[in-house]
Design a protein around this ligand. Structure first.
Ligand SMILES: *Cc1c(COP(=O)(O)O)cnc(C)c1O
Length: 420
């Protein structure tokens, strides 16, 4: 049975209607291996393997597990793919997929606004195996076209991106790639299948760090790749050798988290939109990056290909490195930390979490301001979050007023006074 609406599919897709022991929930099958009744049973299984027949059973934990299979079926359904492969982390999904598709002598193109570890893997590690890579600026489709070589096998991109929430034009990406028979991979972690489904645009593979919205409770690490039966089969074979599998307990938590995905993401969409519109009007905020704002460079693409804009808002304050840290310390609801997509709001100063080893000047060169803040909203009340942001910004202004009184300067440089 297939279900029409995502709110039904997050609950029911991928799960057997009648489960072992008539339990309502899919059980955690905690086993490393699976046994055979007798030699003939094993022979039948081996024959089925050779002939590619579907068998309803597993052989060994590195090759399959029923709890993992249920979550894979649900994730394939949500992204409108034929099959999915679950991994121990988002990075495991990315590296194993790329190792499956690329060989020595081949070439990959990656957009420059992609997840930092993905770029590091592509530029620093794949090169050790004789795989060439070109980085192109996100949103520059001429540069993308120009980067294509006869040996280009894969274009890897992300949408929306971190931290500027750039949105890739999936139709343009697919049109360019198809001309040259190149496979496309889109890391859609920030969007989730609720807001965007790249496979519907002809993208070959969609990847998610399930650690973020799909798990949704800041309590697990996992990754997934979704695509065609044939290609996911090939990736699973690589995974069986690499061994970067998930485990039944994590799969269960993910299965459970996914049941509220639609509810959580709708709330996070609404709250992030309110936060973005609040910040845009605030005098202590220099710029706000959110694809749902008409001022965002990719607003039109986002409206066209996404059903909503996600739960992450990035913004620059009228401040410096120290002042921005002080603003963050005034916040009472969001926890300070990396990651996103869980029920708890998380906030980070991007320069500190991701680019601390660089100087202010070096960060400016790659377009990362010291006052850039990334807020990943949770499912708390939007009113409470807005009040929290308002009081943290107000505190900065109050101190600024005091500072002006003490120093007699009329210059309005909000929060700079926090400089040690
Ligand atoms: C977190 C993240 C990853 C890596 O996922 P892990 O589960 O942490 O390995 C990859 N891409 C994006 C966009 C992410 O946010």
């Amino acid at each position: 049975m297939t279900y029409k609406n995502l709110s039904t599919r997050v609950v029911h897709a991928g799960e057997k209607r009648v489960k072992p022991h008539h339990a309502l929930t899919t059980p955690i099958v905690q086993t490393s291996t699976y046994t055979f009744e007798n030699t003939q049973d094993l022979i039948d299984f081996m024959d089925a393997q050779i002939w590619g027949d579907n068998t309803e059973r597993d052989e060994y934990g590195r090759y399959g597990n029923p709890t993992i299979a249920a979550v894979e079926a649900k994730l394939a359904d949500l992204d409108n793919g034929e099959a999915a492969c679950l991994f121990s982390s988002g990075m495991a999904a990315i590296t194993t997929t790329l190792f499956t598709l690329l060989s020595a002598g081949s070439h990959i193109i990656i957009t420059d606004d992609s997840y930092r570890r993905t770029r590091q893997f592509v530029t620093k590690h794949l090169s050790r195996y004789g795989i060439e890579a070109t980085q192109v600026p996100m949103g520059d489709y001429e540069a993308l076209q120009a980067a294509i070589r006869p040996n280009t096998k894969v274009i890897f991109s992300e949408s929306p991106t971190n931290p500027y929430l750039r949105v890739l034009d999936l139709k343009k990406l697919v049109a360019i790639a198809k001309q040259h028979n190149i496979k496309t991979i889109v890391d859609s972690t920030f969007a989730t299948p609720i807001n965007q489904r790249p496979l519907e645009f002809g993208v070959d593979f969609v990847i998610h760090s399930a650690t973020k919205y799909l798990g949704g409770h800041n309590d697990l690490l996992a990754g997934v790749v979704v695509g065609s039966d044939y290609m996911i089969g090939a990736i699973k074979e690589t995974q069986g050798i690499f061994g970067d599998i998930s485990d039944p307990n994590t799969a269960y938590l993910l299965l459970r988290g996914l049941k509220t995905l639609e509810l959580r993401v709708q709330r996070q969409n609404q709250t992030a939109d309110k936060v973005a519109h609040f910040l845009v009007k605030h005098p202590a905020v220099r710029r706000v990056f959110y694809p749902g704002l008409v001022s965002h460079p990719d607003y039109e693409v986002a409206v066209e290909q996404m059903s909503n804009f996600g739960g992450v808002v990035s913004f620059e304050l009228e401040s410096d490195f120290e002042g921005t840290g002080q603003f963050i310390d005034h916040l009472q609801i969001p926890y300070i930390g990396p990651s996103l997509g869980g029920v708890e709001s998380l906030v980070e100063q991007v320069a500190l979490v991701s680019y601390y080893e660089l100087s202010t000047e070096e960060r400016a060169e790659i377009g990362i301001s010291d006052s850039l803040v990334r807020l990943a909203v949770g499912i708390e009340s939007a009113d409470d979050l807005l009040a929290d942001l308002a009081q943290a910004l107000d505190k900065a202004f109050q101190t600024e007023t005091l500072f002006q009184a003490v120093n007699g300067t009329g210059k309005v440089t909000p929060m700079v006074i926090y400089r040690r």
